[in-house]
Write a protein that binds this ligand. Structure first.
Ligand SMILES: Cc1ncc(COP(=O)(O)O)c(C=O)c1O
Length: 406
């Protein structure tokens, strides 16, 4: 038996490619702007998490360039050993102040934050409670820990409550949940979660990857949005979305952050985030604080887009964020009965593709996630759009009118 046998047998991607419908690893030859270049043609970008339009901002780029000039291109080691620069420390202090938490620690990716934090906190005998639709890195972080994992139905706080009722009080309990669910675009029911979980002594961690810079009066995420910052023990965020870079952080109580710094394997055994990425985030935080109007424009675009899609008959599901579901959410489809007629209508992007059988410069680039073993295939519906503040309404109007042809 050859370990590669499964690879040689894997044909699903080839079948979709042969049908001219393959949507992944598309090559972009421009910056993450509202219009990007694909195959030399302009395409409206609606699959990017560049929510506040900062990845191509001149001040952010200059900060990254200056950091390269001063520190070079890499740290050549882990934060734990030789890789901690003064700007890592500055960024951690800046993020703690921004998040209104006593301390923060940064990692090289958001994925590594959840892997490291959850796996080191959840020890043998502890229990971590997860929403069934939590992000993959939350699930993987929990798998790496030695405690037990209990999953509750998506955003169903009654189900969480039922599970907590039978929780053994001698065991430490931890709930880790997405603030905004990255595939569905819906928002955690945090008030209910806090009400249900806190009486059991549960600690709460919110993954605000899609909410930092987007939710809350100051952009501090879903806990700020709901006025529950004191009840949420740990907040994690990534730098790869509103913060215009790559990396991630977790913010919370000093002693807990200190423990994570000395126990999280994805921090200790992985190279530090490079200087350019760190400096870009420092500048992005400054701009987010200085220009709250960016958030306002993002929400205007989000509402304009969602209302437009709904008026065209698309199902936007429970999306309440700049991630706007259009059609059918594939992960829901995996656990539910066949989609309704309304939900099988193809997304504008899929419609333009399936008609032309190839990339269409007319259709926008939205995102579709498919799991190969789920039928029907992705082009039967189920895309999501991510609005950013920098989409001129003309671009979104084009998407809306493209939708009317679907
Ligand atoms: C909810 C959520 N958490 C964590 C991550 C991981 O972040 P990163 O891409 O910065 O590693 C993502 C990335 O898409 C995400 O959507």
């Amino acid at each position: 038996m050859d370990i590669f046998e499964k690879c040689h047998k894997f044909r699903d991607a080839d079948v979709v490619k042969e049908a001219g419908l393959y949507l992944y690893f598309r090559t972009i030859s421009s910056a993450q702007d509202p219009v990007v270049t694909i195959d030399g043609k302009p395409v409206v970008m609606l699959g990017s998490n560049n929510y506040l339009g900062l990845t191509n901002h001149p001040e952010v780029k200059r900060a990254a360039q200056d950091a390269i000039a001063k520190y070079g291109t890499g740290c050549a080691g882990s934060r734990f050993l030789n890789g901690t620069l003064d700007i890592h420390i500055q960024l951690e202090e800046r993020l703690a102040a921004f998040m209104n938490k006593p301390a923060a620690v940064t990692f090289s990716t958001g994925f590594q934050v959840n892997l490291g934090v959850i796996s080191c906190l959840v020890e043998r005998g502890d229990v971590v409670y997860l929403d069934k639709l939590d992000h993959a890195c939350i699930i993987d972080g929990a798998r790496l820990g030695f405690g037990s994992v209990v999953k509750y139905n998506h955003n169903d706080m009654e189900d969480l409550g039922r599970r907590l009722k039978v929780h053994d009080a001698k065991k430490a309990a931890f709930v880790v949940v997405d603030g905004v669910f990255s595939m569905e675009g819906d928002v955690v029911n945090l008030p209910e979660l806090v009400r249900v979980a806190k009486p059991h002594g549960c600690r709460i961690m919110v993954d605000d990857a899609h909410s930092i810079g987007v939710f809350g009066a100051h952009g501090r995420g879903t806990a700020e949005h709901f006025g529950l910052e004191d009840e949420v023990d740990l907040v994690m965020g990534t730098f790869s979305k509103s913060l215009a870079s790559v990396g991630g952080f977790v913010a919370g109580e000093e002693r807990v952050i200190n423990f994570i710094k000395h126990r999280a394997r994805s921090l200790i055994f992985s190279a530090a985030a490079p200087p350019a990425s760190v400096a870009a985030v420092l500048k992005a935080v400054e701009i987010i604080e200085r220009e709250p109007e960016r958030r306002e424009r993002l929400w205007e675009n989000t509402h304009f887009m969602a209302e437009g899609l709904r008026s065209l008959g698309f199902d936007t599901g429970e999306s309440r964020s700049p991630i706007t579901i259009c059609g059918r959410s594939p992960r829901r489809a995996a656990s539910r009965a066949p989609p309704s007629a309304a939900m099988t209508s193809a997304s504008p992007q899929a419609a333009s593709r399936s008609r032309s059988g190839a990339r269409s410069s007319r259709g926008p680039l939205a995102s579709t996630i498919d799991f190969w073993d789920i039928k029907p295939p992705p082009w039967a519906g189920g895309g999501w759009f991510a609005c950013t503040l920098s989409h001129p309404s003309a671009g979104i109007t084009r998407v809306r009118s493209c939708g009317s042809r679907a």
